[in-house]
Ligand binder design. Sequence first.
Ligand SMILES: NC(=O)c1ccc[n+]([C@@H]2O[C@H](COP(=O)([O-])OP(=O)(O)OC[C@H]3O[C@@H](n4cnc5c(N)ncnc54)[C@H](O)[C@@H]3O)[C@@H](O)[C@H]2O)c1
Length: 329
Amino acid sequence: MKILVTGGAGYIGSQMVRQLLENKMEVVVADSLENGHRAAIPANVPLRVGDIGDEKFLNDLFAREKFDAVIHFAGYIAVKESVENPLKYFRNNVEKTIRLTSAMLQANVTRLVFSSSAAIYGNPTQVPIPDDHPKQPINPYGESKYLIEKVLHWLGAATPLRAISLRYFNACGAALDGAFGEDHPDEGHIIPLALHAAQNGKPFLLFGDDYKTRDGACVRDYIHVIDLCDAHLRALDALTRGHATDAYNVGTGRGFSNRAIAESVRRVTGIDFEIQIAPRRPGDPDELVADSSRLQKEFGWQPRHSDLETIVGSAWQWHKSHPRGYGDR
Ligand SMILES: NC(=O)c1ccc[n+]([C@@H]2O[C@H](COP(=O)([O-])OP(=O)(O)OC[C@H]3O[C@@H](n4cnc5c(N)ncnc54)[C@H](O)[C@@H]3O)[C@@H](O)[C@H]2O)c1
């Protein structure tokens, strides 16, 4: 199988590329490199640098090679920024994804795995959150993912395109050998932020301690990036066997508070940094924990690396050996 990975120079996409190669698939990456890193892509994988909103770039891409499927990671990911600049998110995550699906249909590429998010649920009324929980996003980022899920649903009804949307909870961790990991510009994710605090002797900012949770800090479900990519392989396999368009949660079913994460980073690094309470970030729900039982039952998926020690330990190994990330910014 030949797979086009959009956003393959980013954090999750670059891990996906490795797992596709391990599974003997041929891979091409399309990435604007706006937030990704050339060095994150193995040297033997072709990288097409361009924007998936650029129709000429897309048409060339699909004209040049025959892909069996697309795994679509390209997008913007910062909730806070999406609240401040919604159009930026609707343009990049919605409008450009629609262009991608249109180019796929034109080229008769009919299998798509899409990076959705737990952010589509907003403040859940039921935790763990089942796949059929009402979708009420509370920020433009979550709305942009939900809009695409709806587009894919209607395309599934009217065209040959079949898509599986995977609603990631908090993707985290790094390669188990520490060879690559998370390097986002303007990092907003808690584990790298806590590791930076440990590494640089700075206080760790805990955004809000008055959420409706046991210790007042937000609660999230942390899924190791390797387990997350394994879910994509299974989704791809299901599509190849003729699976209909659908959407699944990908999480462990266990929630950890931001405070528990900071404490785990202290434990793993052996560095006792200060935890400083800061104002809430806009758009952050109290608690997001997945019920992934449908994914487990239907695809035989199980998280294997998502215990907190492995997650924080692998991330620490990467950050320790790459204090400036990929070093290209
Ligand atoms: N990281 C998480 O915890 C998380 C959780 C839920 C969903 N997701 C989704 O997973 C996907 C990947 O997330 P990530 O953490 O790897 O982000 P990332 O920023 O590391 O990777 C995204 C990549 O897409 C590229 N890109 C963005 N817009 C593009 C465009 N228009 N054309 C071409 N390339 C473009 C960027 O350069 C970057 O390399 C995103 O769609 C994100 O919304 C991530």
